[in-house]
Write a protein that binds this ligand. Structure first.
Ligand SMILES: Nc1nc2c(c(=O)[nH]1)N[C@H]1C(S)=C(S)[C@@H](COP(=O)(O)OP(=O)(O)OC[C@H]3O[C@@H](n4cnc5c(N)ncnc54)[C@H](O)[C@@H]3O)O[C@H]1N2
Ligand code: MOO
Length: 418
C-alpha cells in the first residue's frame, strides 16, 4: 500500500489529510448543556462523564434456566438432590436450603450457599422428582457474579460520546432516567446556482434539480443537529452576501454548495473574503477539489465557520464525509473519530490520478477468500449512482496507477454515519 507522502500535489492544493486536520482544529464545542430524558437522548452528545451508579450485575444471578446446588450437599446426596426451592427472576436473595437444590431461572438471584447452576438439559429427574446431576461440575458454572462487568464508581460513559442505542441501554441499566447532553449545533444550509430548481417543480431544459440540498438535509438530520434552511441563492454576490450575513448571525456553522470553483459565476470565495476570511481553498482530492474553509466575522476564533462544498453532487458528498463532518463533530462536542482505513485488493486497473488523491467509489466482492474492491459504477463527480451503491472508497495516491491485485487504502462509508 503506497502512503503517497512524497507524491507531488497540484500547485495550490492542500493535502486531504492536512485539510481534514484544519477542519478538526476549527471545530470547538458549542456552549450550552441540557438535561434530557433517555427517550429523547438518541444521537445526542454526552456533556459529562457518567460513572457507574451501582455494581453490575447487582447480585450474583443465574445465566441459565436450571438448578442451583452446593457441591458438598451433592456429594452427600450421591449425585441426587431433592428440589427445595423455586427462584424465579425478580425474587429476592434467599439462602439455599441445606441438603436440597433450587429450581432457578435465568436472571434470578443465586441463593447464598449455592456454588453452581446446572442447565435443565444436563439433569434428569427421577420418579420422586429429585434431580440427578452430571458428574463433573465446575464451581461457579453459570453464575454471573455481582459487579463482574462494572463496580459502583467505575467509568461507564465518557463525555463527548454520541449516545447510541447501546449507550442509552447502559444508562437505563444503571437506573438513570435523564442525562446531560450538549446543545445541538445550529447549521445553516445554502445552495447556490441559477440553474437549480426544487424537486416537484416542472423541469425545463438546462434546469437542475437541487439534489445537494436534499442530500445535505438528510445528512444533517442524521447528525441530529438543528438546521436552518436558507434555500437556494441566485448566482449574485449581493444575494449571497445577504444569505451569509443571516447565517453568520443565526448559526454555529454554515454549509453551502456550488459556486466555490474559479469561474466568474462562482461567488462563494469573494463574498466569503468580503465578510470574513479564507482558511483554505482547494484540496488535492478527486472528487471534491474546490472545497473551501473560511469564517464569517472578524477572525477565525470569533467568526462563524463556513464550509464551501462543490456543486458536483459526489464532490459535495465526499467533501461532507471527509471534511465538513469532522468539523461538525467538534462543534457537537465530540472528538472526531480517526478515519478508518485498511488495505483492500483492487479487482481492476486504472490510470493514475494527476496531482490529486482519488477516492474511487467501490463495492466489496466477498466471493473469494478475501474481499476484492470493484468499481461501483461511473466515477464522474456528477454521477450519484456509483456513490449510492458504494460500500466505501479506495484511496489512490496522486500519480499512482491502480494495478489489479495490488492493495490500496479502503475507507468504509458506514463510518460516516456514526
Ligand atoms: N475551469 C475550471 N472549472 C472547474 C474546475 C476548475 O478547477 N477549473 N473545477 C471543477 C471541479 S473539480 C468541480 S467539483 C466543480 C465545482 O464547481 P462549483 O462548486 O463552483 O459548482 P457549480 O459550478 O456551481 O456547479 C457544478 C455542477 O454541480 C451542479 N450543482 C450545483 N449545485 C447543485 C445542487 N444543489 N444540486 C445538484 N447539482 C448541483 C451544477 O449544476 C454543475 O453541474 O467545478 C469544476 N469546474
Ligand atoms: O472535485 Mo471535482 O469533484 O473533481 O469534480
Amino acid at each position: 500500500m503506497n502512503c503517497g507522502c512524497d507524491a507531488p500535489l497540484k500547485a495550490g492544493l492542500l493535502d486531504l489529510f492536512d485539510a481534514r486536520a484544519r477542519m478538526i482544529a476549527t471545530g470547538a464545542a458549542v456552549a450550552g448543556v441540557e438535561r434530557v430524558a433517555l427517550a429523547a437522548a438518541a444521537g445526542r452528545v454526552l456533556a459529562e462523564d457518567v460513572p457507574a451508579a451501582r455494581d453490575l450485575p447487582g447480585v450474583d444471578n443465574s445465566a441459565m434456566d436450571g438448578y442451583a446446588l452446593c457441591l458438598a450437599d451433592l456429594e452427600a446426596g450421591d449425585g441426587v438432590l431433592p428440589v427445595r426451592q423455586r427462584i424465579p427472576a425478580g425474587a429476592g436473595v434467599q439462602r439455599l436450603v441445606e441438603g436440597g437444590c433450587a429450581r432457578i431461572f435465568t436472571g434470578a438471584p443465586v441463593p447464598a450457599g449455592a456454588e453452581a447452576v446446572i442447565p435443565q438439559e444436563r439433569v434428569t429427574l427421577d420418579a420422586a422428582g429429585r434431580v440427578r446431576f452430571p458428574e463433573a461440575i465446575v464451581p461457579g458454572a453459570n453464575i454471573r457474579r455481582r459487579g463482574e462487568e462494572l463496580r459502583e464508581g467505575d467509568a461507564l460513559l465518557a463525555a463527548g460520546i454520541r449516545l447510541t442505542p447501546a449507550a442509552i441501554a447502559q444508562l437505563a441499566s444503571q437506573g438513570l432516567a435523564e442525562v446531560s447532553v450538549r446543545r445541538r449545533p445550529r447549521v445553516a444550509l445554502i445552495g447556490t446556482g441559477d440553474e437549480l430548481i426544487a424537486p416537484g417543480e416542472p423541469w425545463t431544459p438546462g434546469a437542475v434539480y437541487d439534489s445537494n440540498g436534499a442530500m445535505l438535509k438528510t445528512l444533517l438530520d442524521q447528525q441530529g443537529v438543528e438546521r436552518l434552511d436558507l434555500g437556494v441563492v441566485a448566482d449574485d454576490p449581493e444575494a449571497l452576501a445577504a444569505a451569509f450575513a443571516r447565517a453568520r448571525d443565526e448559526a454555529d456553522l454554515v454549509l453551502c454548495t456550488g459556486g466555490v470553483s474559479v469561474g466568474e459565476e462562482d461567488h462563494v470565495r469573494p463574498v466569503l473574503e468580503r465578510l470574513g476570511g479564507l482558511v483554505f481553498h482547494g484540496v488535492a482530492m478527486k472528487p471534491g477539489k474546490p472545497v473551501a474553509l473560511g469564517y464569517l466575522g472578524a477572525s477565525p476564533a470569533t467568526g462563524t465557520p463556513l464550509v464551501g462544498l462543490p456543486g458536483n453532487p459526489v464532490a459535495s458528498l465526499v467533501g461532507w464525509q471527509f471534511l465538513a463532518l469532522p468539523l461538525l463533530q467538534g462543534l457537537q462536542g465530540r472528538t472526531p473519530p480517526p478515519l478508518q482505513r485498511f488495505p483492500i485488493v483492487a479487482g481492476f486497473s486504472r490510470p493514475a490520478p494527476r496531482g490529486r488523491r482519488e477516492l474511487l467509489r467501490v463495492t466489496l466482492d466477498w466471493q473469494g477468500a478475501t474481499p476484492v474492491a470493484r468499481l461501483a459504477g461511473g466515477q464522474g463527480s456528477h454521477m450519484l449512482s456509483a456513490a449510492r451503491q458504494a460500500h466505501g472508497y479506495l484511496i489512490v495516491d496522486p500519480d499512482t496507477p491502480v494495478e489489479e491485485g495490488h492493495a490500496y487504502g479502503y475507507c468504509p462509508v458506514a463510518q460516516f454515519l456514526d
